[in-house]
Design a protein around this ligand. Structure first.
Ligand SMILES: [Zn+2]
Length: 536
């Protein structure tokens, strides 16, 4: 059945790759979107910031709304997975659907509890006002992700009424963001579909095999050994975090299970597709590319794979090819936030700032909960000097995912750019949080150093800027700001040393700034000059 696999970023969205297949009688409609994970090219705000936020990550993000959650230890015998139910409105939910859902939840939970020690608990019921123009299950799933945030729940399940009397139920699921859309059918018929879709949430894929819950046309109530193994390995998957959902310790084993299955050469296109995601996660781009080409060989219409290939090209610096792949995906479906986001990242790599901004804007429009897109747009706005607008977007990102270190860096930079004393205190405090969350992020130290510099805390500023250089010896921002700091405190030799490093790192910049002239002592003020933000 449909599974959408999306990957990080989900933000929402965005990143869905999914195949939606109609359950039962309808012919499977395979739609795939690209779930690219965001590749993150590194972007440097010159004086300050390099958003690692865009460092290469190939799969889509599932941090739609994220509460970071640590993975439970493997030995934990029972895992409780919490669910938010979103009942569609309007959508022909005339039946006593809540009762139906409660019944199905109980039965599905029983199966998962017995086989895997996973228990499902509904913690919230909400109403979801659907976009009636979203014609397909995929379109409705995107609408669900856009409008219903998971909040405290691990999994969101949107529920639609039957499309006609006596219809079979249908579902679609997104592994990365952990969203399921369920269309109810005849009373009592939904159980196999729910078990199947929950299987997708735990890393199982559609199989060309009878008598298994993962058969998309006629799902059984029990799993085959391969799917059971995959689900067991994914039992402690993460929800709404930045990472790949599968527990890091089990990825190799998941890969070997998938490789063994792939060697059977069945008509199971999701196998190489999922393998591609897993290879990307382990940074084996060559194997990932091969897996993508394998899928393309069997299936010509696979925008999802094209999106992934785009990401792989992007990771390898082949930006023109990446742009071409993303454009094909967008032509197929213009409403995929992740693809727009990745296209924006590709434009950034090409130095096409305005085009990048437009794509981030589109990603945010399609998926307001898409944390990376919100932060990416904020970063672009900062570069253009639109500090207030940047603040709005980055605060939105942090509202969804408060412990997002790169987002905190952007917020810190924006607050510094506001140039008011109380904003500086706030900047220092959010940057301290970024440093605590991700001590290896050079930009967090660099921007924090500047905040301290502006606050007159010279010792702390020096320590943070030196820490930046430890992590990133060629940080232009850190050298520039150290030059300012040392000059202010009369340590001219040290200031000259750092200015010399600036000239070595970027001669053109130094020449343009006049820093090469013998009588030029360099910048005199810690600066956040948005016009200098640039990509590196
Ligand atoms: Zn499926």
């Amino acid at each position: 059945m449909e599974r959408v696999e999306s990957r990080r970023n989900e933000n929402e969205e965005s990143t869905v790759s999914g195949s939606e297949a109609a359950y039962s009688s309808r012919r499977a409609l395979v739609r795939r979107s690209s779930r690219a994970r965001v590749l993150r090219p590194c972007i440097s705000y010159t004086l300050f910031i390099c958003l690692l936020f865009f460092s290469p990550v190939l799969l889509p993000s599932n941090r739609a709304a994220g509460k970071p959650e640590s993975v439970e230890p493997q030995k934990e015998p029972r895992r409780i997975v919490t669910i938010k139910i979103a009942g569609a409105e309007p959508s022909g939910l005339g039946i006593d659907w809540e009762r139906e859902i409660k019944k199905v939840r109980g039965a599905a939970s029983g199966t998962y509890q017995q086989d895997f020690g996973i228990e499902f608990k509904i913690i919230k019921w909400e109403t979801w006002k659907i976009d009636k123009t979203a014609g397909t299950m995929q379109g409705l799933l995107n609408d669900l992700k856009k409008k219903i945030a998971p909040g405290e729940a691990d999994v969101v399940i949107g529920v639609l009424g039957p499309s006609g009397p006596g219809d079979s139920p249908t579902g679609i699921a997104d592994y990365f963001s952990a969203y399921i859309l369920l269309r109810l059918g005849r009373p009592g018929a939904a159980l196999p579909v729910v078990i199947h879709e929950l299987g997708h949430i735990f890393g199982a894929v559609d199989l060309d095999e009878e008598n298994t819950a993962m058969n998309p046309r006629n799902p059984a109530l029990k799993f085959d050994p391969f799917s059971a193994r995959v689900i067991g390995l994914n039992k402690n998957r993460s929800f709404h975090t930045q990472g790949f959902p599968s527990p890091p310790g089990s990825i190799r084993e998941v890969i070997s299970g998938y490789e063994a299955r792939a060697s059977l050469n069945r008509a199971e296109p999701e196998i190489p597709l999922f393998l591609a995601y897993l290879y990307i996660e382990t940074k084996d781009y060559a194997a990932a590319t091969k897996a993508c080409l394998e899928v393309l060989k069997r299936n010509s219409e696979t925008p999802e794979i094209q999106g992934l290939l785009g990401n792989l090209y992007l990771a390898q610096g082949r930006t023109d090819e990446a742009v071409a792949e993303y454009r094909k995906v967008i032509e197929w479906n213009p409403e995929l936030p992740l693809t727009h986001f990745n296209l924006g990242v590709a434009f950034l790599q090409k130095g096409e700032e305005d085009k990048a901004t437009l794509e981030f804007r589109e990603a945010v429009r399609l998926s307001p909960n898409y944390v990376e897109a919100q932060a990416g747009l904020a970063q672009q706005l900062l570069k253009k000097g639109e500090v207030d607008a940047a603040l709005d977007h980055v605060r939105k990102a942090l509202e969804i995912f408060p412990d997002f270190p790169e987002g905190l860096c952007i917020l810190g930079a924006a607050l510094i750019l506001k140039e008011s004393k109380d904003r500086l205190e706030e900047a220092a405090s959010v940057l301290q949080k970024a440093v605590a969350l991700k001590p290896g992020l050079p930009e967090a130290h660099s921007i924090l150093g500047v905040a301290y510099g502006f606050l007159g805390k010279d010792e702390e500023a020096e320590a943070e800027l030196l820490k930046t250089l430890e992590l990133k010896p060629n940080s232009l921002e850190a050298h520039l700001n150290l030059a300012v700091l040392f000059r202010k405190s009369g340590r001219d030799e040290k200031a000259a040393f750092h200015l010399g490093r600036v000239a070595e790192i970027d001669h053109d910049f130094a020449a343009k700034s006049g820093f090469l002239a013998a009588d030029n002592a360099g910048p005199v003020k810690y600066t956040v000059r948005p016009e200098m933000f640039r990509q590196k």
